[in-house]
Design a protein around this ligand. Structure first.
Ligand code: PLP
Length: 391
């Protein structure tokens, strides 16, 4: 699905807003335009919409509505969790544990705390499939550790992390555990008790909601210093008039995509596996990156020797296929992927990444078309590559 004729295989970057979601948002963009902080009935109608949305997302996460903080998206939720916990009580300690393959919203927040605010960090390695070893989390914990942050699913290679196990370890040592669940939102179980998490970040535009809205789950009792200060919105945890339409849309999008997870998850996995097999048959040296089985149900990611992600994306775009080489945030840069580097790939391969991410709207026919066009695009790029001459 996409702009007429475009095959969109970049659902990990963003997703189209569903018609039901647009419909859920519409009143709050027109007649129900009140400010949820206003006392009059127009304001109270908006507040009720925010409260209803809070209950709806809390039902999906299996938490109390008051444990949800609405934000402007995944980046803000990660920032609020990490900076908020780290700065909540400086006497608690100054050490943070995270991993080498986190999104920049986590990595750069941690590095700012380290470089500017006197924190120290342990950035854990991953194995060749991009998996963090819970034993390494255990070994990294110190008396001064105040937070552990490990993502639920990696955005570049789709690997799922053993977060329930890591959460159990963190809890046994009394350390808050944050997970960036931005990629997981529409596709994986989000029950915060089964996952053993204290903080969980989501972003609506990854699961057919609007851009610029997200949430942070904050387990009751987890200390958080609000750093967006102002009015007392969100129980004093995040100032700013709420994005009422966005929040209403996000709640509807989360409910629908979690229902689709149950009804359409197996079909999505089967389509993903057919795409992976097809690519490997047509391009025998294309290597699947990330874990072969413990991966996002919608993610097929590869390194394709003798190409660069940038050239490949341009060639696929000409073929009417929208794909990615990794995270959208670093697209356009020729830097090798730090995620692939952390997994042990050489720089040559870490610039040759291709990420194809499917969505519930992806059809068999689209997968067939990609399998018909991709090998030609790769062959053309390889044929055009000028061999490096010895001087
Ligand atoms: C894993 C992960 N975390 C955080 C983000 C940032 O989310 P947002 O675009 O809502 O700021 C993204 C977006 O690509 C992501 O994939």
């Amino acid at each position: 699905m996409g702009r007429s004729g475009t095959i969109y295989l970049d659902y990990a970057a963003t997703t189209p807003v569903l018609p039901e979601v647009r419909e859920a948002m519409r009143p709050y963009l027109s007649e129900e335009f009140g400010n949820p902080s206003s006392v009059h009935s127009l304001g109270q109608a908006a507040l009720r919409a925010v409260d209803r949305a809070r209950e709806e997302v809390a039902a999906v996460l299996g938490c109390r509505p008051r444990e949800i903080v609405f934000t402007s998206g995944g980046s803000e939720s990660d920032n609020l969790a990490i900076r908020g916990v780290a700065l909540a009580d400086r006497d608690d300690g100054n050490h943070i544990i995270t991993t080498a393959i986190e999104h920049h919203a986590v990595l750069r927040t941690v590095s700012q705390l380290v470089q500017r605010l006197g924190f120290t960090s342990t950035v854990l390695p991953v194995d060749a499939h991009g998996v963090v070893d819970p034993g390494e989390v255990m070994a990294a914990i110190r008396d001064e550790t105040v937070l552990t942050s490990v993502m639920y699913a990696n955005n570049e290679v789709g690997t799922l992390e053993p977060i329930a196990e890591i959460g159990e370890i963190a809890r046994s040592r009394g350390i808050p555990f944050h997970t960036d669940a931005v990629q997981a939102g529409g596709y994986l179980d989000l029950n915060v008790d089964r996952l053993n998490v204290d903080l969980l970040a989501l972003s609506a535009h990854k699961f057919h909601g609007p851009k610029g809205v997200g949430l942070l789950y904050q387990r009751r009792g987890t200390k958080l210093l609000p750093w967006l200060t102002g009015g007392g919105h969100e129980d004093g945890r995040r100032a700013g008039t709420q994005n009422v339409a966005g929040i209403a849309g996000m709640a509807t999008a989360l409910t629908i995509s979690q229902e689709r997870r149950k009804t359409g998850g197996a079909g999505l996995r089967a389509l993903r596996d057919r795409l992976i097999r097809g690519v490997q048959e047509a391009i025998p040296d294309a290597e699947l990156t990330g874990h072969p089985t413990e991966r996002m149900p919608n993610s097929a990611s590869f390194v394709i020797p003798g190409t660069t992600g940038e050239a490949l994306l341009a060639a696929l775009d000409l073929e009417g296929i929208a794909a990615s080489s990794g995270s959208a945030c670093t697209a356009g840069s020729m830097d090798p992927s730090y995620v692939l580097q952390a997994m042990g790939y050489s720089d040559d391969l870490a610039v040759a990444a291709l990420r194809l991410t499917l969505g519930y709207p992806t059809t068999d026919r689209e997968v067939d078309d990609v399998l018909a066009r991709l090998p030609n695009a790769v062959a053309r790029l390889r044929a055009a590559a000028v061999p490096v001459m010895e001087m």
